[in-house]
Design a protein around this ligand. Structure first.
Ligand SMILES: NC(=O)C1=CN([C@@H]2O[C@H](COP(=O)(O)OP(=O)(O)OC[C@H]3O[C@@H](n4cnc5c(N)ncnc54)[C@H](O)[C@@H]3O)[C@@H](O)[C@H]2O)[C@H](O)CC1
Ligand SMILES: [K+]
Length: 500
């Protein structure tokens, strides 16, 4: 069964909002689904909603409004706190509407007041909306008492419906300190992993997955929500904690490795070292004082460099390799020899020319790889034309990623990112980005994110950030935009997503 983590669900929520589907609309659908389930369980009578101060409570306020309009129901809501304690705008909005909806509300001060309330014993059906996916740590008061009181009524034979998850149950792991015993759990959009836990079964009752109108693209295309899944920088971070990146590139060209390195820095890496052949080391160093340049031996990457690069690789978290290396036989041979020293590598441009199917197999398990080919490079990697139609292209990327065990980011008008199991599409970016260097920028961002995040998430978010930064640059420069303009906008995208 396909299930979803609470973090991913939050990301999808944010992506919906980015696409124009507001959290309020999702809440309205969630509440309507709860009201529908109440109607199916109870034809008429007294319904008590026990609501916490988060969006789980918000769903209950919507459901209460929907039910109160139907003859035969007496609808009451207990809010575990005061209205000013309600944590989200959407929940507050829906709570405010209850005044106009023939719903009796009670705001409770503390667990003592809760324990003497007769609303519990008077109800025919109780709806548990104390916590959903936002529960954290040990359960405090008055929530703890509220769970006990709901369970007392459940023991007395009343119907209990849980909103999204039985309150107290960890939606991802299923473990808990105490939780509501429900007859029915109405969970939204997708099954939550925690509900499938063996121990959890006793608490969930029947599980119903309710559609709440999530846009399909919020899940299949990258968005700002995906960025929220990236690790946040810790306030007490030390130098190097946010990633040490080694860029290996250059020789015939000097700009490409510098672009990748500067992009990695802008995407949050702490330290970026650029290892380039001696012939271009001075030029690369002259581009920016932010770059640490390590001089290699010759005018192209060559076997002699194997005397210094393994140590350098070892002192960095991620290697980003390929930009501007050229395709001299000795260079490609050196790339192949370096890979077994890498733990995490982003391979782009000329490094892709060094790869063969068997090489992937020898590396399996030792080195996590992200490849970032364009259509031509992807065709060479597979020894097969890259398909034109979106569906076949997506399938080709998914199959390649699964077969070779590498995260694949196929660049194009719509980028395709897959690890063989999960696939995401990215449509940020614009025609101005066909200018040289934007691929190097993407490789740099990918390396930076990969140092602290899983490969698939890093690649998907890098594609989004690169394109979104390009879109900002396009506003000013139009089709005349340069790769350096894109680098200049990375920080705005990262800051806006709150991950910088
Ligand atoms: N797309 C969707 O899935 C939608 C989900 N909706 C509903 O929203 C909740 C998640 O809402 P959130 O506000 O993030 O969190 P909760 O309501 O679950 O809880 C937050 C609330 O609880 C307090 N709290 C947390 N832990 C504890 C504790 N241990 N003891 C006491 N109090 C605690 C916290 O301070 C907050 O006040 C999801 O489950 C769905 O029901 C949307 O409405 C529709 C879209
Ligand atoms: K709940």
């Amino acid at each position: 069964m396909k299930y979803i983590s609470s973090l991913r669900m939050k990301a999808i929520d944010t992506n919906c909002s980015y696409l124009g589907l507001s959290p309020l609309q999702l809440m309205e659908n969630a509440g309507a689904a709860i009201a529908q389930s109440v109607k199916e369980k109870l034809g008429s009578g007294k319904v008590l909603f026990v609501a916490g101060r988060g969006n789980n409570g918000g769903d209950a306020f919507v459901a209460a409004r929907h039910l109160a309009g139907i003859p035969g129901y007496i609808v009451r809501v207990i809010l575990l706190g005061k209205d000013r304690d309600i944590g989200t705008e959407e929940a507050y909005h829906n709570y405010s509407l209850l005044k106009f909806s023939r719903v009796q509300t009670l705001e409770i001060r503390d667990s003592g007041q809760l324990a003497v309330s007769e609303l519990f014993s008077e109800a025919d059906l109780l709806v548990d909306a104390i916590f959903g996916t936002g529960v954290k740590g040990n359960i405090k008061e008055p929530e703890s008492t509220a769970i006990d009181l709901i369970n007392n009524e459940g023991k007395a034979g009343k119907i209990i419906i849980a909103v999204d998850v039985p309150s107290g149950l960890d939606p991802d792991r299923g473990n808990f300190e105490k939780a509501v015993y429900a007859d029915l759990t109405v969970t939204f959009h997708r099954m939550k992993a925690g509900l499938l836990d063996e121990q959890a079964k006793e608490y969930t009752g029947t599980i119903k997955v309710a559609e709440i109108g999530v846009c399909a693209d919020a899940e299949h295309y990258t968005g700002p929500g995906d960025l929220q899944m990236l690790k946040k920088r810790k306030l007490e971070a030390h130098k190097g904690n946010a990633g040490r990146i080694l860029v290996i590139g250059g020789g015939p060209y000097s700009g490409a490795p510098a672009l990748a390195a500067l992009a990695a820095l802008r995407a949050g890496a702490d330290l970026v070292t650029v290892a380039v052949p001696e012939s271009v080391a001075g030029i690369v160093a002259s581009y920016s004082p932010d770059l640490i340049v390590r001089k290699l031996f010759s005018s192209v990457l060559c076997p002699e460099d194997l005397s210094i690069l393994p140590d350098l690789i070892n002192s960095h978290d991620v290697v980003v390799m390929g930009m501007g290396l050229g395709r001299a036989t000795e260079t490609l041979e050196t790339v192949r020899k370096l890979l077994p020293f890498c733990r995490k590598a982003v391979l782009d441009a000329d490094a892709l020319a060094a790869l063969s199917g068997t090489l992937f197999e020898t590396l399996a398990g030792n080195c996590e790889i992200i490849v970032t080919p364009h259509a031509g490079e992807f065709a060479r990697l597979r020894d097969m034309e890259t398909p034109d139609s979106p569906e076949t292209r997506e399938k080709a990327v998914r199959e390649f990623a699964a077969e070779k065990g590498v995260v694949t980011l196929l660049k194009g008008k719509v980028d395709i990112i897959s690890d063989g199991k999960q696939t995401l599409l990215n449509r940020t970016g614009n025609p101005g980005m066909t200018v040289g260097g934007t691929g190097d920028v993407l490789a740099g961002i990918t390396g930076s994110l990969f140092s602290r995040n899983p490969a698939f998430l890093a690649a998907a978010c890098a594609a989004y950030i690169n394109g979104a930064a390009g879109d900002l640059a396009f506003e000013k420069a139009g089709n005349a935009l340069l790769a350096t303009d894109v680098i200049g906008k990375i920080s705005e995208i990262i800051k806006e997503a709150g991950i910088g």
